[in-house]
Design a protein. Structure first.
Length: 592
């Protein structure tokens, strides 16, 4: 006859307490889990949206930089320079030659609407010889023309506007314009105007969105629309965006603005001054929330029935053997590792005792395996840190090679392709973690060769490493991330030609490699922030890609050689930055 459950016993208390706990847990789960889930999902979706927004801003900057290169190439063309510089010597066929060149650029890019050159003598040259210019347009009074003249050769990027200087064509465009100056005497020769269609910007904005209702749009520095996926509705006031509230995000403490079930985030381009806004809709965060709630309810009821039944069956068999098992398990805290042996109880308790004995028998082995696994993980982390390749660098380099190939610059194509091949060959280095200092110098020199060609001699470099160190081995890919940081955070932000110097000396049993630049430099606050971030061992999303490269170099050195080695950074605003790398002097490469 089945024994009745008596109140006041441990068995009855276990049953009652478990039943109440399960009921309370299920009840609270319905109240809390829905809110927790939606907040977690919302945070993840919005963070993903912010990542896509940052990527979109970078893609747009890369696109505009590519257009600037085209306008610079046209500006420096010898035929165009001669035509503008010597109007009295113009031959009849020169205009045709220039128009054909401009038309080649237009035909090569689907996103270029027109290319127009306005000479200082009011001569207007278009890439389309059939264009008829609107004489009443008063080109010299146009905002883009005035700004181009004032900027003295710097590129001026307009917001969206209607192209109105060509009769019969009034497309919406974004314009790049800049003043043209003589390469011989620096005299002002005119203004070049490159009108861009919205197809490429539209493609970028539509490709990097979250959900079906998400979208991106762009404002200029004066909060005027540059691009909107429903441009016509916006300009006809049939659709509006909370522009004033969005602009407050730029200077406020909040990073997200919500209105009408939409989340707005903004990122400003340092290149164009444009504000790129990402919009994520509530319905795209959790598309079918009611189904999720129903699923939670069903799961809760099933759990309640299963666990309640299991509690009733297990409570009577658990109470006695569980105390003995508990006492034996406490021996682990003292390091005795006692065995349970035979024990009476339910199958679960007996299995637990058996598994416990097995665990105690293997615990020392597991500890040894854990040490080995940690060592393997350390090596894997090093491999992952060394294998990081900037996809934007590879994309831009290949894009530059294609562009130079189209421009028939075969020598430059060979030089850049050779440098890229050498860069990756040394990066791979047959899977070795250590290479010679000579190979490391060759690696960073290939990288600087590519960047120097891409940025049109924006900087020069000098390498002064003691030849006696060439055959000594060091951890690979140390210098390239530091040079990358110098270019993007130092040289790129100044208006004069930069200088990057790499030096290497021996100090007793150490190697000291120095990467210095004469770029923008950092204030004390910026320097302290960078040093604090690279010393932090946790993952840091607050650093830029280049900042993460510096941090990775520092971590790799510390991981291999200890806290006595790593980076030392000094900087002064306007005078550049100096990064010293302290490494142990490795063995010399054996020559067979």
């Amino acid at each position: 006859m089945k024994k009745k459950l008596r109140f006041g016993t441990l068995e009855s208390k276990i049953y009652i307490i478990f039943t109440l706990m399960i009921f309370s847990t299920i009840f609270l789960m319905q109240m809390v889990s829905s809110r927790f889930t939606i907040n977690t999902v919302k945070t993840a979706v919005l963070e993903n949206s912010r990542v896509l927004l940052h990527q979109l801003s970078g893609e747009i900057d890369s696109y505009i930089l590519g257009m600037e290169k085209i306008s610079t190439t046209i500006e420096n063309d010898k035929h165009i320079q001669d035509y503008l510089n010597y109007p009295e010597k113009r031959a009849d066929n020169e205009l045709v030659i220039i128009q054909e060149k401009l038309q080649t650029y237009i035909n090569a890019r689907e996103d270029i609407s027109s290319i127009i050159i306005i000479a200082k003598d009011n001569t207007v040259i278009s890439g389309n010889p059939d264009d008829i210019f609107n004489t009443s347009a008063e080109i010299r009074k146009k905002n883009w023309y005035v700004k181009s003249f004032e900027k003295k050769g710097k590129t001026v990027i307009s917001s969206s506007r209607v192209q109105d200087i060509i009769k019969g064509k009034y497309p919406w465009v974004v314009s790049l314009s800049k003043a043209i100056y003589s390469e011989e005497n620096g005299e002002f020769l005119g203004v070049i105007l490159v009108d861009l269609k919205f197809n490429r910007i539209n493609e970028l904005c539509r490709s990097l969105v979250v959900g079906r209702k998400g979208y991106n749009f762009i404002l200029d520095n004066d909060a005027n629309y540059v691009f909107h996926p429903t441009q016509q509705l916006v300009y006809s006031s049939l659709r509006t965006e909370p522009i004033a509230s969005i602009m407050k995000l730029l200077n406020g403490s909040e990073s997200i603005y919500k209105e009408n079930h939409k989340y707005y985030m903004v990122e400003t381009s340092a290149l164009t001054g444009w504000h790129v806004i990402s919009v994520t809709h509530d319905s795209d965060i959790i598309p079918d929330w009611k189904s999720v709630q129903i699923s939670y309810t069903i799961i809760g009821l099933v759990l309640f029935l299963i666990v309640g039944f299991a509690t009733n069956r297990m409570s009577s068999g658990i109470t006695r053997p569980i105390r003995r098992l508990r006492d034996i398990m406490r021996s682990v805290e003292t390091g005795e590792f006692k065995l349970v042996g035979s024990i009476r109880g339910t199958a679960e308790i007996m299995e637990l005792a058996k598994e416990y004995d097995t665990m105690v028998g293997r615990i020392r082995t597991l500890m040894e395996e854990n040490v080995r696994e940690q060592e393997l993980k350390r090596k894997s982390d090093l491999k992952a840190l060394q294998a990081q390749i900037n996809p934007h660098f590879l994309y831009n380099t290949l894009d530059s090679i294609i562009w130079m190939g189209e421009m028939k610059q075969h020598k430059e194509v060979v030089e850049m392709t050779s440098a890229l091949s050498k860069l990756f060959r040394i990066s791979i280095s047959k899977g070795k973690d250590f290479i010679t200092i000579k190979e490391e110098i060759a690696h960073v020199e290939s990288y600087m060769t590519i960047q120097k060609m891409r940025y049109k001699d924006k900087f020069k470099y000098r390498i002064d490493v003691d030849p006696g160190l060439y055959d000594h081995r060091i951890l690979k890919i140390i210098l390239q991330p530091l040079v990358e940081n110098a270019i993007y955070h130092g040289i790129k932000e100044v208006d004069y030609r930069g200088l990057i110097e790499i030096a290497g000396t021996r100090e007793k049993d150490f190697v000291v490699l120095t990467v210095s630049d004469n770029g923008r430099g950092m204030s004390r606050t910026e320097l302290d922030y960078l040093v604090k971030r690279i010393e932090n061992k946790e993952e840091d999303s607050g650093l830029s890609r280049q900042g993460l490269g510096v941090k990775n170099v520092h971590e790799r050195i510390r991981l291999y050689f200890g806290s006595g080695y790593g980076l030392d950074i000094s900087s002064n605003p306007g005078y550049g930055t100096v990064i010293k790398v302290r490494l142990p002097l490795g063995e010399k490469e054996k020559v067979l």
